[in-house]
Design a protein around this ligand. Structure first.
Ligand SMILES: [Zn+2]
Length: 451
């Protein structure tokens, strides 16, 4: 068996691992490269793979850095099956269509403003192609054994987001594990990741390979922020990712209100995508920690604003209130309209709840910027800018290590580190070499592993 690292190696995005046996050829994950321009350019390069010779794709989870390249394969003529968990299929239906839509918008913007000078005035794929590619999806349960020619595999829960799985694959008398993104032992929504069985090889994610989540009480922090906003009579703006983070915030705010820790001020979820994801979340009750009552409470406590008109009407709402809107790093989405309206008001508080990549408006605001540019306009910042940590969907290096120790892996298991930036990969390699019996190396982009 050969495994080729076509993406998600030496970086956190573009996850793609090609597995070739004597009879079959399958792709594990099919993600978009994201972030820096030199990485995004890889989405436009010819993949070292003839899609017509590909038997199937297996997806670990719905995040675009693992699924967002499926429509490109479809566009190139791939018509095999895409196997994944039922919840991942439901989430992909929303995320892939949105990804196609955003790429159409970007292409339009570049054609209009750069007059064709941009390298790619065409979208990588459009919304219709993304929607059509869903016909390839074949959703399955956790632990359902699937055979493809001479190999077989099953999914097991990884706790990262709804439907997130590790893949356990067997062929030619070898057993290989693909961790996918691994969740946490104390996530507010998702159950803990299931330990792995004995394996010959493991491709292991390393996003937080050199970092530890802080032990601060994030619920207490959030309660303090809400109480301050309620006292001052302003608006609390929370930029949030549509999958996972928005639902965690809904649940935490609902619980704090039910326990009378914070006052019952209006909460608006101003993100059509997050609204759909929240519905899916409540549909897949067995996949997370919340019971029916908690799901109802989480949805009841929030007012959904679907249309642009409803979103605009929030400007007329009484203070204090809370608005949760995308995008999580304030790089786009409806949060920007609220920023334009409210950043100049010293009664506004902006609360970031996740990692803010360098160069984004989120990072600029956290660094104390006095003005930020939004839609070509400079907006003064008088709002209070705050952040809480602890809501991450990724295990830190200690949790990842705990997961490995809980597993049935032995000293003969070889671990290949993927899905991390250079420092995280190297830090995690050193830590594992010193603290575990496993043989560990960092997978190189484009390299081939003979199993
Ligand atoms: Zn992920």
């Amino acid at each position: 068996m050969r495994i080729t690292f076509l993406g998600g190696a030496e970086t956190v995005t573009g996850s793609k691992f090609l597995v070739e046996t004597g009879q079959s050829r399958i792709l594990i994950d099919c993600g978009l490269f994201q972030g820096y321009k030199w990485l995004r350019e890889r989405n436009w390069q010819q993949l070292a793979l003839d899609v017509h010779e590909l038997d199937a794709v297996i997806l670990t989870h719905a995040h675009l850095d693992h699924s967002g390249y499926i429509p490109v394969l479809y566009k190139q003529g791939f018509r095999g099956q895409v196997f994944t968990h039922h919840a991942t299929k439901s989430l992909c239906q929303i995320l892939l269509a949105d990804s196609g839509h955003l790429q159409e918008e970007d292409a339009k913007y570049y054609s209009k403003h750069k007059l064709g000078k941009h390298a790619h005035p065409e979208p990588l794929y459009d919304r219709r192609t993304a929607e059509n590619s869903m016909e390839l999806f074949q959703s399955i349960d956790f632990d359902e054994l699937v055979e493809i020619k001479d190999l077989r595999f099953y999914l097991q829960p990884a706790g990262h987001i709804l439907g997130a799985a590790s893949i356990i694959l067997e062929a030619e008398n070898k057993k290989i594990g693909f961790s996918g993104d691994v969740g946490r032992y104390s996530d507010v929504l998702m159950a803990s990741p299931r330990p792995l069985p004995a394996l010959d090889h493991l491709l292991m994610e390393s996003t937080y390979g050199n970092r530890q989540h802080s032990n601060v009480d994030s619920l207490g922090q959030l309660a303090d922020v809400v109480n301050n906003v309620a006292r001052n009579g302003g608006v609390l703006l929370i930029p949030a990712f549509a999958v996972g983070r928005a639902q965690a915030l809904q649940h935490i705010l609902a619980s704090l209100m039910a326990a009378d820790v914070i006052p019952k001020i209006p909460i608006y979820l101003d993100s059509p995508m997050a609204i759909k994801v929240s519905d899916i979340f409540c549909e897949f009750k067995s996949q997370h920690r919340l019971n029916t009552e908690q799901c109802h409470r989480m949805c009841d406590v929030v007012t959904y604003t679907q249309s642009v008109e409803e979103s605009k009407a929030l400007a007329g709402q009484k203070y204090p209130h809370i608005i949760i809107a995308g995008s999580g790093m304030a790089t786009g989405g409806r949060i920007l309209h609220h920023f334009k309206r409210l950043l100049g008001n010293n009664k506004t508080t902006v609360l970031f709840t996740g990692y803010q990549a360098g160069g984004t408006r989120g990072a600029q605001l956290l660094e104390g910027a006095n003005v930020v540019k939004i839609h070509g306009e400079w907006i003064p910042v008088r709002a209070k800018i705050d952040s809480i940590s602890g809501l991450s969907g990724h295990g830190d290096y200690l949790e990842l290590c705990q997961w490995l120790k809980n597993s049935d892996l032995t000293g003969s298991t070889q671990i290949h580190l993927v899905h991390g930036d250079a420092e995280a990969l190297d830090g995690f390699r050193l830590y594992l070499q010193e603290n575990t019996p496993f043989a560990v190396n960092v997978a190189v982009y484009g390299s081939v592993l003979q199993v």
